[in-house]
Design a protein around this ligand. Structure first.
Ligand code: GDP
Ligand code: ZN
Length: 291
């Protein structure tokens, strides 16, 4: 048996990176019978049959698994944001951060385009809220040297609103990246077809990244329901206060004796983070379990 990581899944084939080569695999029929499908990002054991071909025999335990995009074992969500052109609404960052917490992923905030705007407010908020936060510029290269140690050896998903510079950052980190993506796009004829496909790329610094069309919309009803159930704990900086509220089952939205709101007044919780909490709370409220 050989161990590897599924790098790409396409038309029933799994492309498994063993560290030496990419082995083209089919999956054992038992997976389908058990209702499990191997996912991009899965660590697997394969039986090689020669000619660069093999069979996926075992899926190793997952850290997490997303339905949309279909990808497993994301270690870290890299949220790319920008202070200008376009300015990122912190709510977008907070929503992704909440989902990351739900799924057991770390979060790294990258404030790109710092050559145009220092994004002081965003920087202060995310630093104070306890997120690793970097100011960078894909254009001038400022701050990029701090990035490899934070992403090497991990599988990161790059997310962020369109135009903040996700592709530019990846290209600045690794000029080979656009080449890889270009090759895939050509092979798939992306643009002509709308094949939904997720792929994992390895950067020269040893980081693995997943970049897929529409990654920023990785929400499902199921995920939102889970978020509704566990919302307070997905705002990690609320943790020290959650069991200090006067009422059990406190929603931390308006109750008297709420320790979260007390921490907010004392400046220990950032205003815009709390505003996002309230907004998510209201957004998720109408969701029903039977939906
Ligand atoms: P994506 O949609 O998030 O992948 O964004 P792109 O990487 O396509 O970048 C969108 C636009 O922003 C492009 O015109 C880039 O040249 C520009 N851009 C990206 N990073 C920077 C930066 O750090 N500074 C400046 N001034 N422009 C940038
Ligand atoms: Zn409370």
């Amino acid at each position: 048996m050989t161990e590897g990581r599924i790098q790409k899944a396409l038309s029933g084939f799994y492309y498994v990176d063993t560290g030496h080569e990419i082995v083209t695999c089919r999956a054992r029929g038992k997976f389908r019978r058990e209702g499990i499908s191997p996912l991009v990002g899965d660590r697997v054991e394969i039986q090689e049959v020669g000619n660069g071909e093999g069979v996926v025999e075992t899926i190793l335990p997952r850290r997490n698994a997303f339905v949309r995009p279909a990808v497993a074992n994301i270690d870290q969500m890299v949220v790319v944001a920008s202070g200008a052109i376009p300015r990122t609404d912190p709510f977008l960052i907070d929503r992704v951060a909440a989902i990351a917490a739900l799924m057991g992923c770390d979060v790294l905030v990258l404030l790109n385009k710092c050559d145009l705007d220092r994004a002081d407010e965003l920087y202060q908020t995310y630093q104070a809220a306890g997120f690793p936060t970097l100011r960078i510029s894909a254009e001038t290269g400022e701050g990029l040297e701090d990035l490899p140690p934070l992403i090497a050896g991990k599988l990161s998903a790059f997310t962020g609103n369109s135009g903040v510079g996700k592709s530019s950052v990846l290209n600045a980190l690794d000029p080979g990246f656009s080449l890889q993506v270009g090759e895939v796009s050509d092979a798939l004829g992306r643009g002509r077809h709308t094949t939904r496909h997720v792929e994992l790329y390895r950067l020269s610094c040893g980081a693995e990244v997943v970049d897929s069309p529409g990654f920023s919309s990785f929400e499902t009803t199921e995920l939102n329901l889970e978020l509704k159930r566990r919302l307070p704990e997905t705002f990690l900086e609320f943790a020290p206060y959650l069991d200090r509220c006067r009422f059990q089952g406190c929603s931390h939205t308006k109750e008297q004796g709420c320790a979260v709101r007390e921490a907010l007044r004392a400046g220990k919780i950032q205003k815009s983070r709390y505003a996002s909490y309230l907004r998510l709370y209201e957004e998720l409220k109408p969701l029903r379990d039977w939906q």
